[in-house]
Design a protein around this ligand. Structure first.
Ligand code: GCU
Length: 137
């Protein structure tokens, strides 16, 4: 299957707000996670069963890492993934995790695990793969 983009501003947001004050985002804005543990963005993704490379486009204008835990339908997927500073809130970078998806609906949640909340989240790209041996980069 081809990669599919899902904007963060179209996802389910718990303890966060859609903003557009930092240039360089795609779509109509990005999600600013509230600065607390447990804020999250959850995308609803249809996919074939199997591994997928899941890429978050994000910005972090601070010097501190803003880690996220990734779950799929409530199951642990990728824990403690780091989102270090990108240099500015207008500097967007990508980071990919490998998640195991199920056929049909996948609720892919990225949850902040520190009091700083998550990085600003622009977009998720989901790329199902048949190759489960190469780690994502
Ligand atoms: C600033 C910035 C926001 C960011 C926030 C944060 O307020 O403008 O885009 O989300 O810092 O530290 O989380």
């Amino acid at each position: 299957a081809a990669p599919t983009d899902y904007q963060a501003e179209d996802a389910t947001i718990s303890q966060g707000v859609v903003e557009s004050n930092h240039a360089g985002f795609t779509g109509t804005g990005f999600v600013n996670y509230d600065n607390l543990v447990g804020s999250y963005v959850e995308w609803t993704v249809s996919a074939p069963a199997g591994p997928a490379d899941v890429t978050l486009r994000y910005a972090n204008g601070t010097a501190a890492n803003r880690p996220l835990d990734w779950t799929v339908n409530g199951q642990a997927g990728a824990v403690g993934i780091t989102y270090p500073g990108t240099g500015a809130w207008t500097t967007w970078q990508t980071k990919t995790v490998r998640l195991q998806l199920v056929a049909g609906v996948n609720k892919i949640r990225a949850r902040a695990t520190t009091a700083d909340g998550g990085p600003n989240a622009d977009r998720l790209t989901v790329n199902p793969t048949t190759n489960d041996t190469n780690p994502p980069s």
